[in-house]
Structure formats: C-alpha cells, structure tokens
Design a binder for this molecule. Sequence first.
Ligand SMILES: N[C@@H](CCC(=O)N[C@@H](CS)C(=O)NCC(=O)O)C(=O)O
Length: 261
Amino acid sequence: MTVELYYFQPLGTNSGRVFQALLEKGVDFTEREISGRDFEHLKPAYLKVNPKGQVPTLVHDGVSITEGAIANEYIDETFEGPPLRPADPRERWRMRVWSRYAENDLGRCLMMINWNRVVPAFVGERSEEEVIKVLETVPDPDRRRSWLAAYRQITPPELMEESHRRAREGAKRVDAHLRTHPWVAGGSFSLADIDLNNFCGFMAMWMPELVNDKDTPAFVEWRAKMEERASTKAMRAKSNFNLATRGGAAISNRPAGAAKA
Ligand SMILES: N[C@@H](CCC(=O)N[C@@H](CS)C(=O)NCC(=O)O)C(=O)O
C-alpha cells in the first residue's frame, strides 16, 4: 500500500487539514511538497495528479483522492487508527456543518482578508507579464478570476468589509459554540476540530482584537487544547511558517500591494 500527500507549505488551511488528519490517524505517508512559489501545481507533471491544479491531493495506491473535506472522510473510513468522526449521527451532522462553516464561510473570509499577503509571496519578484502568463494557465475559471483579481488588487472594498464583519461575527459564534461543546462536534475530537484549527485557528494570533481571553475565552481555551495535540505539534514542526509572526520572512515581508511594484 502506498500513501502520498501532495501539499503546499506553509502547512495550514486546505493542505494542513489533510496532513493533520493523516497524522491523527497514524497513517504512514510520503510527503510530496509542491512549491506554490514556483507554480509547480500548474505544471504538467502535477496536473496529471490533480487536473484542477490544486492541493492537497492524497494519492492512495496510485488513485488521486481530491477535495480535502471528502478526502478526510476517506482517510477515516479507509485506514486503521482512532476514529475521526463521531459514531452518533447527530454529532456527525454537527461535525459536517462546522467543517463546512470553517472552510467555506469563516475560512473563506479570513482568506480574503489575508490574500494580500499571500499573493505577493506566491509571485515573488516576477514581472507582471510573467505572472499574468502563469495565472492564465490556472485550469479552473473561478480560481483563475480570483487569482487575477488578487494579483491586480481589485477585490472590491465592500467585499473586504463584509469579510471583516463576518470574521467578527464568526469569532463570537465559534466561542458561543465552544462554551457548551468541549469539541466542535460535541463530546469527542473529530475532523471538524481539524478543520477549524487549520482554517481559523490563526485568528487568535492575527486578530487578537477578535479572539482573546476576555471576549472569546472558550475559543482561546480550545485553541490551546489543539496546540497541545501531538499532531498539531508535529505539523508546526514541519511547517516553514511561524504562525505567531505570520510567517515573517518565510512568506513575505513586503507590504500588501507591493506585488506589482
Ligand atoms: N476544494 C479544494 C480547494 C483546494 C485549494 O483551494 N487549495 C489551494 C491551496 S490552499 C490551491 O491549490 N491553490 C492554488 C490554486 O487554486 O490555483 C479542496 O478542498 O481541496
């Protein structure tokens, strides 16, 4: 049996969630880091692995398993190890609702807010012409549009404001939930904790005005519990990104908007 995981550094969000699920499950896997900075995910060799040109991709005995949320359920179903989905159907429902919220709602807003930092790191010192040429090869039209909008820094201000509003609301919502549930799905650790950790966990460090001991104590306490898990520690040790400093030099020290300078 062979298990490989294609992923981006820094480990977090989409790549981090699958990486962490494999660690929690105790699966022995080969790490295949794809360089986002070199646009390796758009090169023919990787497009054979995942024609959408996205990470992560889990390759199990030669078969590509894509889409992190679904890949994680596959991991839980396929491999031996501690269960990552609650047995109780209602808790399993709650797990899926929160995974979806972490990825598609709150996580997406946070990505929008942080996109300005991410894109300059990806494009590096390349000329505008070179960047546009590469971005035009992004296979998925929606992703292509969103990359180009981010690169040109033309995300409408009202969309940014709405993302900030939802982040404020999200911090309170997560906290209210965790006040009555020790783990996101309820009584036991699950894939939803992995997702909230990877998509929204960094809020405590990057948005202390929203996530802090006074306003969101349950969120802070849950985060501390997550940081204590062996899988989180192992992932942090492998990441080339310092969460506390937002990556510092590992990502980009250039201010937002410097990509085209
Ligand atoms: N729906 C996909 C989304 C994956 C995704 O957006 N991955 C990002 C990295 S975090 C990516 O590959 N970005 C490159 C691109 O879309 O061009 C999943 O769940 O795996």
